[in-house]
Structure formats: structure tokens, C-alpha cells
Design a protein around this ligand. Sequence first.
Ligand SMILES: Cc1cc2nc3c(=O)[nH]c(=O)nc-3n(C[C@H](O)[C@H](O)[C@H](O)COP(=O)(O)O)c2cc1C
Length: 216
Amino acid sequence: MPTLLHLDSSIRHDGSRSRTLSAQFAAAWRQANPDGTVIYRDLASDPIPHLDLTAFSANFVADDDRTDVQREARALTETLANELVAADEIVVGIPLYNFGPPSTFKAWVDRIVVPGLTVDPESGGLLGGRRLTFTAARGGGYGPGTPREGWDHREPWLNNVFSTLGIEEIRFIHAELTLSRESPRMSGLEELEDKSIADARAAIDALFPENDDIAA
Ligand SMILES: Cc1cc2nc3c(=O)[nH]c(=O)nc-3n(C[C@H](O)[C@H](O)[C@H](O)COP(=O)(O)O)c2cc1C
């Protein structure tokens, strides 16, 4: 049975573009996979504890030799890694905070890179064959030729992390200039913001051409 792992990480619910877009993706995926299963995690409302030495060291100790606290930490690690391994398709709603990802998402990443579960120290990533889409929101504009081109550090980092885990198909759908109606300095950019979100919505629809056939 096909499985989608759907993550969100914006600290806000109302008005969150990354959540709106990841929800659109999940709805389209459900339509295309009526028998599928969706695993959902809200990393902002229900944050994963930061990786600590207990959780990290538990990954290098045999089952029977773990202390009680290591066993507890390892159980969460396995739950998170197994959710990822179970998924054929992954969508992540991810805002830009201080030119990088939310720390809640980083905390999740630090728990799912696990030798033996998602990566093999000798052969490399174990997550080949999965598709990963980021519905990415950012307040400013970072496109080619803009003064802040290259300042959005999510994309190169995410590509490096998830290609190391073996995922070949990593896609970014950006909604940008989302602060155009809140920041006086961005006055005049409202239409570009609207175009950006419309383009993002269309890009998601285009990923599910089979839904056009269902609708026809
Ligand atoms: C703590 C924080 C830091 C932010 N840092 C940036 C930033 O570095 N660059 C930027 O363009 N927008 C920044 N923003 C604006 C968000 O990226 C923007 O509001 C985006 O739409 C948030 O995603 P969401 O709509 O899913 O909530 C920041 C917002 C917050 C709350």
C-alpha cells in the first residue's frame, strides 16, 4: 500500500503558506492514491526533542546492552526512522527562519539519520526510490539576480542531507515574498507574492496529472 509521510514545521497555523501548500500536496496525493496511508507529524506543535548524547550513543549500543534511558531514546529514534522508511513519498512544509530551516525540523533530521536504519556506513543511503518534496515558504525574494540570491541555505543543506540518505528525487516548491503585505519595505511586491503562490499551487497540481483524468 502506498504511504505518504507528511511533515509540517511552521510555528504558525493561520496564514502559513508552507502548511497550505503541503496540505494541497497531501490532498492531491490522497486523490491519486485512494488506498494509500498518510502518516502526519507536526514538528512545531509536537516537537521532537533535540538529539542529545543519550539518544546518539544509543544507536551504537547493542539492544541488550542499552540502559533504560537509552532504550527510551532509541524507541523514539526507531519510530521516526521507520515512518520515513515506510513512506514511498514525503512532503515537508518548511518555512525559512533566519536563512535556514526551523530548528524543529533540524531536530527531526538529527534523529532520522541513523546507521543501519536509513544509512549504511559502507554502502550509503538506504532511502532510494522515494520522492521528497519541500513546500517552502520565505518572507523575502531570493530568485536569480536578486540581492539575496544564495542566502536561502535550506536548499543546499537539504539536498546534501537527503541525497546522502539515497533519495534521488528531491524537489522544492517555493512560495516567496510572503511578507509583502506585512513589511512596509516590501510594499509594491504584493502581485509578485500572489504570482509566487499561484505558481506553487500549479506546480503541485502538475505533479499529479492522474488527478486530471479522475476529474474528467
Ligand atoms: C523566526 C522567523 C524568522 C524568519 N526569518 C526569515 C528570513 O531569514 N528570511 C525571510 O525571507 N523570511 C523570514 N521569515 C519570514 C518567513 O519565512 C515567512 O513568514 C514564511 O511565510 C513563513 O512560512 P509560513 O508561511 O509557512 O509560516 C522569518 C519568520 C520568522 C517567524
